[in-house]
Design a protein around this ligand. Structure first.
Ligand SMILES: [Zn+2]
Length: 264
């Protein structure tokens, strides 16, 4: 019996991993499909899709797909030298490394065609805020590592109004000023956010990096090492003043909630 030959769909080059400062990029369409024609595993990437939603994949993207506690970017796609005709409301990554841009076309009948050159645009103000919120999480994480090295980080959330770092063990409200002072110190030092890649992430045991292939490491001034696929601002002072909002405890897990200014 002849074997069915399966050609894997091309994956998307995640350009934001290498340059988080890009706000526009010209690239090429791989596919553009109405939501209703997507396979079930891709449909399940978004909840309650409106009628008229479709999904665009391209060879490259500068739009961040939700993940690692950081929300999805929004933006637009335009044919070269034309006004944007597709508004991106949500970006999601598939298990096989394709990045789907969900949104709506100004003309729902008009789909991009494979091979067309298009210009992506990221909503810059929102990206800047998300990058500062995410980088703020690293700063809180480093402050915690310096103050309480025995406490293990269990979770991070960098969504607006929900941003927090969670640790195994107990922290108390009395410790809030101490954490705030350490965070302020790290912001004032204007430490660089350093990005590097390691071929084998298995020596980063216990840091959630146990997967195949190269692992991207984010470090604040060389003082810590965190596997991370998110977007960052270049230095800690660019996060802006970080406020430690609240310390709370539940079932042996302590949560350090923080926020950064929406605008800088
Ligand atoms: Zn990061």
């Amino acid at each position: 019996m002849a074997r069915l030959k399966v050609t894997p769909a091309p994956s998307t080059e995640a350009v934001y991993l290498h340059d988080a400062s890009l706000r526009t990029l010209t690239t090429e369409i791989i596919s553009h499909r109405p939501f209703s024609s997507l396979p079930e595993n891709e449909k399940s990437l978004i909840k309650n899709a409106d009628p008229g939603v479709s999904a665009v994949t391209m060879l490259q993207t500068i739009l961040y797909p939700q993940g690692g506690g950081q929300p999805s970017d929004t933006g637009s796609i335009a044919l070269v030298d034309q006004e944007p005709s597709f508004i991106v409301s949500l970006v999601r990554k598939t298990e096989d490394g394709r990045i789907l841009h969900f949104g709506k076309s100004s003309d729902p009948e008009a789909l991009f065609v494979e091979g067309q050159s298009v210009v992506q645009q990221v909503d810059g103000a929102k990206r800047d805020y998300y990058s500062r919120l995410h980088t703020g999480g690293h700063v809180v994480g480093l402050a915690m590592e310096l103050l309480f090295p025995e406490m293990k980080k269990v979770k991070a959330n960098h969504f607006p109004k929900e941003a927090c770092m969670e640790y195994k063990g107990l922290l108390y409200n009395e410790q809030q000023p101490l954490i705030q002072a350490k965070v302020d110190e790290l912001v004032q030092k204007d430490l660089p956010i350093l990005i590097s890649w390691v071929e084998d992430g298995s020596d980063l045991e216990g840091r959630g990096a146990l997967r195949d292939g190269p692992v991207r490491i984010a470090s604040i001034g060389g003082l810590d090492q965190n596997p991370c696929g998110g977007t960052h601002v270049p230095t800690t002072s660019l996060v802006g003043p970080i406020t430690i909002r609240k310390i709370s405890r539940q079932k042996g897990i302590s949560r350090v909630a923080y926020e950064v200014p929406v605008e800088m």
